[in-house]
Design a protein around this ligand. Structure first.
Ligand code: HEM
Length: 406
């Protein structure tokens, strides 16, 4: 009350009143201006990270000064306790639609690590030693992009996973494995995609735009791919990668959208997609039931039919795509989640939903995913588990649409 009385007394003075009005207008304008700027440019230095810079000659990229805000530490992350995220990206039938399936992602969630990190890490280390360049390599024209990606990860990981990574003057240390990475001095101690492989659970590919405007696979660390090999696809265009793999309806449903997406994606975009497969062996790195990794002739035809349910594994990838602002390369991360079907079938709704999804595949998708080999065993098992969930009253009438992709 005293303050109110004091204000009315001094504002009664015309000079003080005028000064107060002018000061208030200035303060309000300044706040509005700041707010307006923040609204227009929500991220630091991203004034050129948007679609405004799209008009360019194919194959040419002008570096952009773009950074995102520092990510907060992953809430409660613990190397022993944080479980793999339960992506279950399959939908009830009756229809299965082939789409690009892209959704917007957040920069904070770029890389996902969990309590399987050490398992992935030692498998990758072993495969780098045994297979080397077959799994990790970079064409000279993509070297800057690979180094840029490595630098971005060295910035991101210590902020997101501070209990495992620390930033150093020359790069990054993994305090759990004891690895120290110097990314400053030249020559680098190893090929950058190998270092990237050791920092992540993901596989990674970098696509570079050619003079023809197409995107080519020019750098990769592909150590746990399951069904394809970097050496087969290296230097291929995006279209050839997919047509050589007989991706169903690629020409009709995917090619145009993907071409447009790659040309237009800018550093301030981040997109995600998830997929899933059934695998009839438990090999995370290479599904050897389709043939040896060193054979030229691999495919579902060589896999054993009707294996018992314990040999059925659910394989799901969580992929991210973003443009590297300095080099213009497009970084594609592929994080695989791999579980026995018998485990995920314990989750409410999952057996019913997965069975319905597998039945909904058209003939082309069924051939691509090898359904013939496992459908009788898999569907009988899933139907039984679904019925149990209904009988126990866990899932009501057995239908629920949880939000995609979980
Ligand atoms: C907009 C981005 C992309 C879309 C929409 C897309 C779509 C697809 C689809 C639908 C499949 C079939 C399996 C599945 O459902 O995932 C597939 C397979 C595949 N994609 Fe992509 N893809 C994209 C980007 C890329 C990139 C950047 C690479 C670079 C390495 C790539 C490499 C592959 C490979 C190697 C396969 C397996 C082909 C095979 O079976 O041999 N994709 N992709």
């Amino acid at each position: 009350m005293k303050l109110v009385a004091y204000l009315s007394e001094i504002l009664g003075n015309p000079i003080v009143f005028c000064l107060a009005v002018v000061t208030s207008i200035a303060a309000i304008s300044s706040r509005y201006y700041t707010w307006h700027l923040q609204k227009s440019y929500p991220r630091r230095n991203n004034s050129t990270g948007s679609k405004a810079t799209q008009k360019r000659t194919p194959g040419q990229w002008t570096p952009i000064d773009f950074t995102v805000p520092d990510p907060p530490p992953y809430p409660g992350w613990d190397l022993k306790l944080t479980k793999p995220l339960p992506y279950r990206p399959f939908k009830y039938g009756p229809n299965y639609f082939i789409t690009m399936g892209l959704r917007k992602g957040g920069f904070d969630e770029w890389i996902e690590l969990d309590n399987e990190f050490l398992k992935f890490h030692s498998l990758k280390r072993e495969r780098i030693e045994i297979r080397g360049d077959k799994c990790c390599k970079t064409a000279p024209e993509a070297l800057d992009a690979a180094i840029e990606l490595l630098e971005m990860l060295c910035d991101y990981l210590p902020k997101r996973y501070p209990s495992m990574f620390v930033a150093t003057k020359v790069g990054i240390n993994n305090v759990v494995t004891g690895e120290e990475f110097d990314i400053i001095h030249r020559p680098l101690s190893e090929e950058p995609m190998r270092t990237i492989a050791r920092l992540l659970q993901d596989d990674v590919a970098i696509m570079m735009e050619g003079d023809d405007g197409q995107y080519y696979l020019k750098s990769g660390s592909i150590l746990l791919p399951g069904f394809w090999k970097l050496e087969d696809k290296f230097n291929m265009s995006l279209s050839d990668i997919h047509t050589s793999g007989n991706v169903p309806q690629f020409k009709e449903k995917l090619e145009k959208g993907m071409t447009n997406f790659f040309r237009r994606v800018m550093p301030n975009d981040m997109v995600l997609r998830n997929n899933y497969f059934i695998q009839v062996d438990d090999n995370l790195a290479w599904s050897d039931s389709i043939g040896s990794e060193d054979s030229d002739n691999v495919g579902w035809f060589s896999a054993e039919k009707h294996k018992i349910i314990n040999h059925h594994w659910f394989r799901s990838e969580r992929q991210s795509l973003r443009r590297l602002p300095r080099s213009g390369g497009v970084a594609f991360t592929i994080r695989t989640y791999f579980h026995p079907v018998t485990d995920i079938a314990k989750e409410p709704y999952v057996p019913g939903r997965l069975a319905s999804a597998v039945r909904s595949w058209g003939d082309d998708v069924a051939v691509y995913k090898g359904r013939e080999l496992y459908q009788s065993v898999l569907l009988e098992f899933l139907d039984g588990e679904n019925q149990k969930q209904i009988d126990e009253g866990t899932i009501g009438d057995g239908k629920s649409h949880k939000s995609y992709p979980f």
